[in-house]
Design a protein around this ligand. Structure first.
Ligand SMILES: [Mg+2]
Length: 242
């Protein structure tokens, strides 16, 4: 059983996944909307940590900003493929040519399958089947085939398959932030729920910090655990006052 993370603020840097950590899972990506409690908690903790807070999500930076109501400057979108630094500048990987091919194939797949949603993120493309779980097998088959053809990285998530431009993940994003002000020299703490967050947990541990798993116990590189989004927000509120 993993313990609850300590409530500390001095010297830590926070890296936060969005879906399943700051926001409950929803039927579609668009169904997640800003809440006053989340926005206030993010702003409070960013002030307490002197800016050492970033959302690190599979969503785009535009989506992170929409859901967090622009609470934070630093952030990384699309599994590390986009990164906004503290000065507001954005680093973005050039989309692999295979992304356009995968987008076409996913759109063709979704066209006659109600509930299957394609999400074009520029540097990657996602195929969501949360509302059509019977299509999971066919979706996985298609994604594996496209991965072999294009050389894109296949990233499975909660009822979503994503084909992305190679060369980044949440771990590379955490590592890059930790080389820059205001993060440099702090102890990185990564909160996440999904398999993609394991890269962030490992990167945090390699830099002297730790991961916090959100959700049920499982095999993980995280050292602590919180139950759900409500527990995360309560913990952030406590850290902001620590
Ligand atoms: Mg997540």
């Amino acid at each position: 059983m993993l313990p609850t993370p300590p409530v500390v603020a001095d010297g830590i840097a926070l890296f936060l996944d969005m879906d399943g950590v700051l926001a409950p899972m929803a039927p579609t990506p668009d169904a997640v909307v800003p809440t006053a409690r989340r926005t206030a908690a993010l702003k409070a903790v960013e002030a307490r940590l002197a800016g050492r807070v970033a959302i690190v999500s599979g969503r785009t930076l535009a989506e992170i900003d929409r859901i967090s109501d622009h609470a934070l400057v630093s952030g990384s979108g699309v599994h590390g493929l986009e990164r906004r630094l503290k000065d507001g500048s954005i680093e973005r990987k050039t989309p692999d040519a295979g992304v356009a091919q995968a987008l076409d194939a996913f759109e063709e797949f979704a066209a006659d399958r109600p509930g299957v949603i394609v999400e074009d993120k520029g540097v990657s493309v996602g195929l969501h089947y949360r509302q059509a779980p019977d299509e999971a097998g066919a979706a996985k088959g298609l994604a594996a085939e496209l991965q072999a053809e294009t050389g894109l990285t296949l990233q499975p998530g909660h009822m979503v398959l994503e084909l992305k431009t190679p060369g980044a993940d949440k771990g590379t994003a955490v590592t890059a932030f930790m080389q820059e002000a205001p993060f440099k020299g702090a102890v990185p703490v990564m909160l996440g729920d999904d398999l993609t967050d394991e890269y962030g947990f490992e990167a945090a541990a390699a830099l002297g910090g730790y991961g916090v798993l959100v959700g049920p116990e499982r095999e993980t590189a995280a050292r602590y655990r919180l139950d759900d989004v409500d527990a995360v927000l309560t913990w952030l509120e406590a850290v902001a006052k620590a």
